[in-house]
Design a protein around this ligand. Structure first.
Ligand code: ADP
Length: 253
């Protein structure tokens, strides 16, 4: 049986809009397990990103709790949460949010120093190695404006994993990329997961969702259903695609 790494209990999120309460997430119970590449799918506006930010404590929740490795992080102070986030969580967004006046190498190294996961020398060596592994070693001394979107996103992945996070949160990581760059980024995420990295990714793209081994389907702020797939392998791609498409069409996708 897999160990639970994070769980959300009875999560609800409400926004006040024009003096009126709008419920975005309703009573969500969700568990994430070690070793998994979990995907949250659903149509635009379903509440996917809101759920990701609620589970990562990047955003507050109105009701409920979030437990990570046995600790109720939703009750942490902002300072304690920031420390845990730096050490345990990695983030990849649709936009890379790389610092424009730092090179790719500096962006990754600076994130590494913040995690205090080693000496300056160790972190610089690790930043070098990760940029190489992310196939962006040749561009490491360039600034974000001097590289392609795909190269920038691969550097952002290196930045997300430099502190050996317990969990990566990825919000539409391929949303701003062309097909070839998307493929490369997805392949890297699959490889990271195969090497043991826990990942939670939001996407509305079926092809991206197929990289996960567990897909949760969100609609109107509720988890409607989930699909479990075998770990990603090229040779079972057609089979998993058919399985996922059948499942999605049953959900009215
Ligand atoms: P998804 O990621 O599935 O596209 P989101 O989680 O981004 O959906 O948004 C879900 C709903 O919450 C949308 O209707 C959106 O307009 C609303 N929403 C998101 N953020 C806010 C906010 N800060 N204030 C008010 N409404 C918001």
């Amino acid at each position: 049986m897999k160990n639970r790494i994070l769980c959300g209990r009875e999560i609800s999120k409400t926004y006040m809009q024009g003096g009126k309460e709008t419920k975005i997430l309703t009573n969500i119970d969700v568990e994430l397990y070690e070793g998994d590449f979990t995907v949250i799918m659903g149509s635009s506006g379903a509440g996917k990103s809101t759920l990701l930010y609620a589970l990562s404590s990047m955003d507050t929740i109105t009701v409920g709790s979030v437990i990570f490795k046995g600790q109720e992080i939703s009750s942490f102070s902002e300072k304690k949460m920031a420390q845990l986030r730096a050490k345990e969580f990695g983030f990849i967004f649709q936009q890379t949010h790389l610092v424009s006046n730092l090179t790719l190498f500096e962006n990754v190294a600076v994130a590494g120093y913040a995690t205090k996961a080693g000496s300056v020398k160790e972190i610089r060596e690790k930043a070098d190695m990760l940029l190489l592994n992310m196939h962006v070693g040749d561009a490491k001394n360039r600034y974000p404006s001097q590289v392609s979107g795909g190269e920038a996103q691969r550097a952002a992945i290196a930045r997300a994993i430099i502190g050996n996070p317990g969990l990566i949160f990825a919000d539409e990581p391929t949303g701003a990329l062309n097909k070839a760059n998307s493929e490369e980024v997805l392949k890297l995420l699959v490889t990271l997961n195969r090497d043991g990295q826990n990942i939670l990714m939001v996407t509305h793209d079926v092809h991206a969702a197929l990289c996960g081994n567990r897909i949760l389907y969100l609609e109107d702020g509720k988890i409607l259903d989930e699909l479990n797939l075998s770990p990603y392998e090229q040779d079972n791609l057609k089979k998993r695609e058919n399985k996922a498409l059948n499942w999605l069409s049953g959900l009215g996708w």
